[in-house]
Design a protein around this ligand. Structure first.
Ligand SMILES: Cc1cc2nc3c(=O)[nH]c(=O)nc-3n(C[C@H](O)[C@H](O)[C@H](O)COP(=O)(O)O)c2cc1C
Length: 182
């Protein structure tokens, strides 16, 4: 069986602050916007905050403390938010999720580490980046070159070494009907 690059992606805590080129950033964004979306509405709005941006530290401050500790060493944070449609459906978030997955796979292919996060204060994120009131922030994506493991705190090293797991397949998948192990 040949595995797709999807299997190389993982939520990493090991980032280096090395600069990520605009060329790489734009390829990641291009991959994001080529995601499928309901009626091709392309509801994602993406803001890139690079390490050298004056907004970088302010955005880090919006995160939960656990997320801050890993994100502060990264090189880039992408904010995925909804568009200007006043009433958005669950499909809006589904579409943005597809877009984010494309971003992670493309970044992984570029040799970068990624980590999506939901632990941040929405109002603070909006304030730092001028996101209008009608838009909803879906998630933040931390991206960076791989760091040096010897720079990680004990806590982050423990997270780094944690074995990644998935449910047994029959808990999430069945043919023909709702599975007895669902
Ligand atoms: C919407 C979303 C929000 C997440 N929020 C956080 C977060 O706030 N902090 C964190 O450390 N990981 C967060 N994660 C990462 C998950 O914990 C991770 O994807 C999961 O444990 C599976 O590990 P893997 O991505 O390495 O396969 C989030 C993932 C998703 C998709």
């Amino acid at each position: 069986m040949s595995e797709t690059p999807i299997f190389k992606r993982k939520s990493s805590v090991n980032f280096s602050p090395k600069e990520i080129s605009n060329e790489d950033i734009e390829l990641i964004i291009k991959a994001s916007v080529w995601a499928p979306s309901s009626r091709n509405r392309q509801p994602w709005r993406i803001i890139a905050i690079k390490k050298d941006s004056k907004k970088f530290n302010a955005l880090i401050e919006c995160m939960s403390s656990g997320n801050q500790s890993m994100a502060k060493s990264s090189g880039l944070i992408l904010i995925f938010s909804t568009n200007n449609e006043k009433e958005f459906s669950p499909k809006t978030f589904l579409d943005i999720g597809f877009s984010g997955q494309n971003a992670m796979i493309q970044a992984t292919e570029l040799g970068l580490e990624t980590h999506p996060i939901g632990g941040w204060d929405e109002e603070s994120v909006k304030k730092v980046t001028d996101i209008p009131e009608y838009s909803k922030v879906a998630f933040l994506l931390i991206i960076g070159n791989p760091g040096d493991l010897s720079d990680l705190s004990d806590k982050l090293l423990e997270k780094h070494n944690k074995v990644r797991e998935r449910n047994p397949l029959e808990q999430n998948f069945n043919y023909d009907e709702w599975g007895k192990n669902f």
